[in-house]
Design a protein around this ligand. Structure first.
Ligand code: KG4
Ligand code: ZN
Length: 330
């Protein structure tokens, strides 16, 4: 079964062809980062226009890379939320139009579920139950995955998302945009112990997170210690964020008696987080699935994998299905 999936929830226009739910025949991602960089963040209007310009060429490239003709596609899928409304509309309209013209099913996918399915592309034999950490630019969640399609959100951020904190810290320190990859690289040459920062909500008994205070603590530290090396600030900040994320993920797995943990979302591309989750899982005898970096940041392959499973469970969606910018999981 061939799924053509489209992802356009934020600032990447992406298309992919997924075969039988777990094989990536092609995956094309066109990032708009260079368009938003001068503004230090995503400008929704610019994102919508860029999606409009890029959606057709990106879909064409995915088809050519996979060696697949449009009439061989069995299901057309797109992210329907959460995300920027104008951006989502472009991808959903494209997938619906193809479904209509080729008289094939359309499936609208939850972007969070896509991030979760990146792990299935990485490890096709992965089977629920497992505990998931979804960390992106807009969301931070601990999700108990009882089955494919059956999710319990145990905790989430009460203020900034983890990726948002990376981006805001980088912006305040004048390091550039997007902040996540920049801080990740800087942190590699820094000492994570030189700049001691708080671990917000680490031992509050919940699975919730707070990153706004950590961001403020970093900014204050630099204001009070202007001579500090930026690599040490980056390493200290990343160590604090990674410790809270990893600890709560593993704690949740323990409390729910789950022996597998999974990470997903753009911040799951972070070297420090990947290493820490792998190390601590191993120490506790847990199995962990850390998807390849390209599967963590926004892409359409993960949407195609989620769409294939959703279609098998629930069948097709109506062409009347609208975008859902505030869509939640579970
Ligand atoms: O999942 P994603 O691509 O888009 C959303 O759904 O939000 O996540 C984007 C976020 C951005 O905040 C970006 O700075 C962060 O993921 N990110 C990283 C890294 N790569 C991307 N954060 C930390 N370390 C990285 N290597
Ligand atoms: Zn995302």
């Amino acid at each position: 079964m061939l799924v053509l999936a489209v992802e356009s929830s934020c600032d990447e226009t992406a298309a992919a062809i997924i075969e039988d739910g777990t094989t990536i025949r092609s995956s094309v991602v066109s990032s708009h980062v260079e368009l938003h960089a001068p503004f230090g963040g995503v400008v929704p209007e610019i994102a919508s226009r860029a999606h409009l310009e890029r959606i057709q060429p990106v879909i064409d490239e995915a088809l050519v890379d996979a060696g697949v003709l449009l009439d061989a596609v069995d299901v057309f899928a797109a992210t329907r939320g959460p995300g920027l409304v104008g951006a989502l509309i472009v991808g959903v309209a494209a997938a619906k139009s193809l479904a209509l013209v080729y008289d094939k099913p359309f499936v609208g996918v939850n972007h969070h579920e896509g991030h979760l399915f990146a792990a299935r592309l990485q490890a096709p034999n992965l089977a629920p139950p497992f505990m998931t950490l979804i960390v992106s630019g807009g969301h931070t969640m601990i999700v108990a995955t009882d089955d494919w399609g059956a999710y319990r959100v145990l905790g989430r951020t009460v203020d900034d998302a983890a990726g948002e904190a990376f981006d805001k810290v980088a912006r305040h320190l004048g390091l550039g945009y997007p902040g996540g990859p920049i801080i990740d690289e800087l942190a590699m040459t820094g000492d994570p112990k030189r700049v001691q920062l708080p671990r917000p909500m680490l031992n509050d008994g919940s699975y919730d997170f707070s990153f706004s205070g950590l961001k403020t603590a970093v900014i204050r530290y630099v204001a009070e210690n202007p001579e500090v090396a930026m690599c040490d600030v980056a390493a200290g900040f990343q160590a604090a964020a990674v410790e809270v994320l990893t600890t709560k993920l593993l704690r949740a797995a323990h409390h729910e008696s789950m022996d597998t943990v999974v990470i997903g979302g753009g911040v799951a591309a972070n070297s420090g987080l990947r290493l820490q989750v792998e190390l601590e899982s191993e120490q506790r005898g847990l199995h962990c699935v850390v998807p390849a970096r390209a599967l963590c940041t926004d892409n359409a392959a993960m949407i195609g994998a989620a769409a294939a499973a959703q279609y098998a469970r629930n069948g097709q969606d109506s062409l009347g299905l609208s975008v859902a910018p505030g869509l939640r999981l579970g």
